[in-house]
Structure formats: structure tokens, C-alpha cells
Design a protein around this ligand. Structure first.
Ligand SMILES: [Zn+2]
Length: 113
């Protein structure tokens, strides 16, 4: 499952960070998952809560920020919010849109004790 492998890599990353800091317990994890990242956020939360057992992140509160996708029209330069990779420019109606953001998938911050 896609979300499970993401959850496990997040837990690996925060566990490593907690060890570097000399701390043993992660109490909070904040993720940024763009709306175009192709990740089911509810599924990711579920996988995280299952995968964090017996790790320093056990019981950590998971917060997920979901920034809107942003695109830029190659034809006229208009910048606007996009919800898919097949976005239509609201200014000129062209479909030649470059997606500039919304695919983020990153750990923004962690809280450790
Ligand atoms: Zn345009």
C-alpha cells in the first residue's frame, strides 16, 4: 500500500531525528501533503497510527497540512489554483498548464520530548 510505505518512511525519518536529538519520544509530527501528491490523507493517518507502534513515534499526534495545487499557464502566464494535472487556464482557456506546487510530501516539523 502506497500510504503505508509513506507512513513508514515518515516514521523512519522522525525516529532518526529523535535519536539525533538524544530524545526518545516523539509526541507530534506535522506533514505537508500537497493536494496533488496523490496521497489519501485519511489512509495515511490510519497507516501512521498502525506503523508507529513500538517506535519512538508511538502515539504521536499527526497533523497534516494540505496546500492547494498551484499552476501557471504556459500560454498567458496566469497563475491560479489547480485541483488536477489537467487544469484549464481561467484566463485564456488553454490546457497548457505547468503545475508548480501541490505535489509536496514532506515532514514540516516534529515535536519531541
Ligand atoms: Zn492562460
Amino acid at each position: 500500500m502506497h500510504e503505508m510505505s509513506i507512513a513508514m518512511s515518515v516514521i523512519d525519518a522522525v525516529t532518526e531525528k529523535a535519536c539525533q536529538e538524544g530524545c526518545s519520544k516523539v509526541t507530534g509530527v506535522e506533514l505537508v501533503v500537497g493536494k496533488l501528491a496523490g496521497v489519501e490523507v485519511e489512509s495515511l493517518k490510519f497507516c501512521f497510527s498502525a506503523a508507529c507502534r513500538d517506535t519512538p513515534a508511538d502515539g504521536a499526534e499527526l497533523t497534516i497540512k494540505e496546500p492547494e495545487g498551484r499552476g501557471c499557464c504556459e500560454a498567458c502566464g496566469e497563475r491560479f489554483a489547480v485541483t488536477s494535472f489537467f487544469a484549464k487556464c481561467p484566463a485564456c482557456g488553454q490546457f497548457r498548464v505547468t503545475v508548480e506546487s501541490g505535489q509536496e510530501l514532506a515532514v514540516r516539523s516534529i515535536t519531541i520530548e
